[in-house]
Ligand binder design. Structure first.
Ligand code: F6R
Length: 236
């Protein structure tokens, strides 16, 4: 594992964007695994700037996102599809037909999960997976459980996750209680993992995840078994 500590969110975002840009330059038709939440916003801003400056081309890139809230479609401004369009896809020259987010409105979320895993396989797997981390150690929406779940699957969100994500909604009661998330198999089969975390409040969980025991009670701890993980952490 390559654990990089930086001082500011700007530095974190720049380093993360440079790693993703390097991936695209090395393999222009790569598959990016992408995340939402507040942490990657700065990374997406810098990737957008590289595109605008003419040094990065997304035209042959494919992307697969980690997760989506149940019941929110892409037109809903709280959906993760909407987030991705707004923060990245609408700002660069990626072909939207090659951007995938699990469908939180599918009538059968279990089947949607299976189809999503097949899709990732058909795409040849993920070249680099960008991850954030929740305060409870979740990656994607893989919440603390007694076991690691391999497949993309529906989940009940942890009360702490609902509380943390309430900041994006008018109030906590509006936060969907369920979601669909990529499971550990597709995440762990990504060729490279890039996890970014900022703020002093995440220090403890990041330490637990990468230096504590591997346990489904700290879902991100599974990443200790991945051969190519970069963690970028900033306290601010
Ligand atoms: C979102 C996702 C989540 C977030 C995590 C941290 O697609 O996969 O695991 O990465 O909840 O969110 P922020 O960055 O808002 O602290």
């Amino acid at each position: 594992m390559n654990f990089i500590t930086v001082k500011t969110y700007e530095e974190l975002s720049k380093k993360a964007a440079n790693i993703i840009a390097a991936q695209i330059i090395n393999k222009p038709n790569c598959v990016l695994g992408l995340a939402t939440g507040s942490t990657p916003v700065g990374t997406y801003d810098i990737l957008t700037k590289y595109y605008e400056d003419g040094v990065l081309d997304f035209s042959t890139v494919t992307s697969v996102n980690l997760d989506e809230y149940e019941g929110l479609d892409g037109a809903n401004d709280q959906s993760y599809r909407y987030f991705m369009n707004k923060n990245l896809f609408d700002r660069v020259n990626i072909n939207k037909n090659n951007t995938y987010v699990p469908n939180g409105c599918a009538t059968d979320l279990v089947k949607e999960g299976k189809d999503y895993d097949c899709l990732i396989k058909e795409l040849g797997g993920i070249d680099i997976q960008l991850l954030g981390i929740g305060l409870d150690g979740h990656i994607g929406f893989n919440e603390p459980e007694d076991f690691f779940t391999a497949e993309t699957h529906p989940v009940d969100l942890d009360p702490s996750t609902i509380k943390a994500n309430a900041r994006f909604f008018e109030d906590e009661s509006q936060v969907p209680k369920r979601a669909i998330t990529m499971g550990m198999m597709s995440i762990m089969q990504a060729k490279k993992i890039l996890l970014i975390a900022n703020s002093a409040s995440k220090k403890e969980i990041v330490e637990k995840a990468f230096y504590g025991p591997i346990t489904p009670l700290v879902p991100a701890s599974i990443l200790q078994l991945h051969p190519d993980v970069t963690v970028i952490f900033s306290e601010k």
